[in-house]
Design a binder for this molecule. Structure first.
Ligand SMILES: [Zn+2]
Length: 281
């Protein structure tokens, strides 16, 4: 059993969300979101008669600020919280300075507006995930980020993080999010294979909501990821890339892509990926 809570990121509906899970070991949030949406998180919880003090766990798919930026503030408010994260992500939660510095280079002045204040999570609150976490299956899903993991509950809902793209309802249009620095297409395809092998019944996306037809979503996502990567590989400029991939976006998807600067970041991430592949050769 779980509930979707809209985080009303930038005052918008159906842009970012988190999931509240009622587990045997207490209440858990999957990816609590950025620090800037804490008030919305608290009021979403209040609607369900839950306070931050009653939460027991934060399950983190990956430590990008739009997913895990609120962890430090939540643990400060409720020191009993356990934060579950991959081994590769754990150090960044405890010492977010380097991650923040590199994100500030990408976001510039927008960093504070989008992500707010980043507080470290005390090391003693962090649990590195294994194959089972609080009754959920957990597995590595690198590609979007090297430290990304996914969680799947017994009912077959996959808490997918950013591994299967983003989609802003009511639109069904699936977009890859491929920001720098650690896009890895080979690893990403292996992660998608692993997700398909597990045959989820539904995909729970942080951006945004539940996908009831995982098979179709996954195959469209995989094709679009390859297409975007190919446009960058053959040397498109950022302007050409944005122009080409924007062509078939519906109005709502175009608006949210622009608001989150997703296309430009995706270009930069893919560009960096292809340069690293060229360096290896
Ligand atoms: Zn991410």
């Amino acid at each position: 059993m779980f509930e979707l809570l809209d985080l009303h990121f930038l005052g918008e509906e159906q842009l970012f969300c988190t999931y509240l899970l009622d587990l045997d070991d207490g209440l858990a949030l999957v990816d609590p979101g950025p620090q800037t949406t804490l008030a919305a998180l608290e009021s979403g919880l209040a609607e369900l008669d839950v306070t931050v003090g009653e939460l027991r766990h934060l399950l983190i798919t990956h430590i990008h600020f739009d997913h895990a930026g609120a962890c430090g503030a939540l643990v400060a408010a409720n020191p009993r919280l356990r934060v579950h994260v991959s081994g590769l992500g754990a150090a960044h939660l405890a010492n977010p300075e380097r991650l923040e510095r590199s994100a500030r280079r990408i976001y510039g002045d927008m960093f504070d507006v989008l992500w707010g204040k980043v507080q470290p999570v005390p090391a003693e609150n962090i649990d590195v995930v294994g194959e089972r976490v609080l009754g959920l299956d957990c597995f590595a899903a690198p590609g979007h980020a090297v430290h990304h993991v996914c969680y799947m509950n017994e009912e077959g809902t996959l808490f997918a993080g950013d591994t299967v793209g983003v989609r802003w309802p009511p639109s069904q249009y699936v977009l890859p999010a491929t920001p720098p620095p650690d896009v890895d297409l080979e690893a990403w395809h292996a992660s998608l294979d692993e997700i398909e092998r597990r045959v989820p019944d539904a995909l729970a996306l942080p951006h945004f909501g539940l996908v009831a037809e995982p098979e179709e979503h996954l195959s469209i996502f995989r094709r679009r990821l390859m297409l975007w990567a190919e446009i960058v590989r053959r040397g498109a400029s950022v302007r050409e890339f944005v122009e080409e991939v924007s062509r078939d976006l519906d109005e709502e998807t175009a608006k949210f892509s622009e608001l989150t600067d997703l296309l430009r970041h995706s270009y930069l991430g893919l560009k960096r990926y292809w340069s690293s592949v060229a360096e290896k050769d």
